[in-house]
Design a binder for this molecule. Structure first.
Ligand SMILES: [Zn+2]
Length: 271
């Protein structure tokens, strides 16, 4: 069965967390995430958001290999089941995540990486005077489709360099919104299948990276109300030859589960 809420509901929920106007074409905010944010922050808002974007971790993988993702679930409070959009490929899905719009509205409808021309969460952040950054790897969708905005892009050949830069950005305490992309589960999954040992190892790496960033945020953004998310774009399935794929209108590719947690700033007494 497909999850009820579309990935398009996340964008307005992130805007809600920060108390800013959502992008023009964003679908209504995800009710579960809004309820969680309001319960944790009371009448306050998040002044920071840190989105960790691992590629292609499916709900079925998340459920079958919970042990490998324990560091991510232990550093989150809420699971948000979502149905990603079609075709379930990276640029199409990330464009929906950060515009709140369906593919026919945001314009990326196949595996291609043009700059998104409609209003995005990054544009909404910039209008609200917020400072945003994307940290990603060379030639990846997240490095390409949100370009041409007044924000910062840190693009590296490897995930380890991206993660090192992300740690620096947290310590520098200057950005209101940071999205950190990790391509590696997807890249390996295509070659070994979703359950190949090398792919499963990348689950563990993603979870530990998220935990590592969470520790840095808790200590170095201690004065801020921060929403952190472990937020993938789509799922995956096995194909002949022990390879992995995605892009189809099927449960394995469409169902995903995002994880979120609020770290309330020291000044917030409502938590
Ligand atoms: Zn992807």
């Amino acid at each position: 069965m497909l999850n009820e809420n579309s990935l398009d509901t996340i964008c307005a929920a992130l805007a809600h967390a920060m108390g800013i106007e959502p992008p023009e074409n964003a679908a209504p905010a995800n009710p579960e995430l809004v309820e969680y944010i309001d319960r944790k922050l009371g009448d306050q808002k998040a002044d920071r958001i840190f989105m960790y974007n691992p590629d292609a971790i499916a709900q079925w993988i998340y459920e079958k290999y919970k042990d490998l993702l324990l560091e991510a679930t232990e550093h989150s409070d809420i699971e948000i089941p979502l149905r990603t959009v079609m075709p379930s490929v990276t640029p199409v899905c990330f464009a929906t995540m950060y515009t709140g719009a369906q593919p026919e509205v945001h314009g990326i409808r196949k595996y291609e990486k043009p700059v998104v021309m409609i209003d995005t969460l990054f544009d909404a952040l910039i209008r609200a005077g917020k400072k945003a950054a994307i940290v990603s790897q060379l030639d990846c969708s997240m490095s390409a489709i949100f370009r041409e905005r007044e924000m910062d892009y840190f693009i590296y050949p490897t995930v380890s360099e991206s993660n090192a830069k992300s740690a620096e950005l947290i310590l520098s305490d200057q950005y209101d919104f940071i999205a950190v992309y990790n391509k590696n589960y997807d890249a390996v999954m295509h070659k070994t299948g979703p359950e190949g040992v090398n792919a499963l190892a990348e689950l563990r790496v993603n979870a530990e990276s998220f935990a590592f960033f969470s520790h840095l945020i808790r200590k170095h953004w201690a004065e801020h109300n921060t929403l952190v998310g472990f937020a993938m774009d789509h799922g995956c399935h096995e194909i002949d030859g022990q390879l992995g794929s995605h892009g189809l209108d099927m449960e394995e590719d469409l169902n995903i589960v995002h994880l979120y947690r609020i770290y309330a700033g020291k000044a917030n007494t409502s938590v």
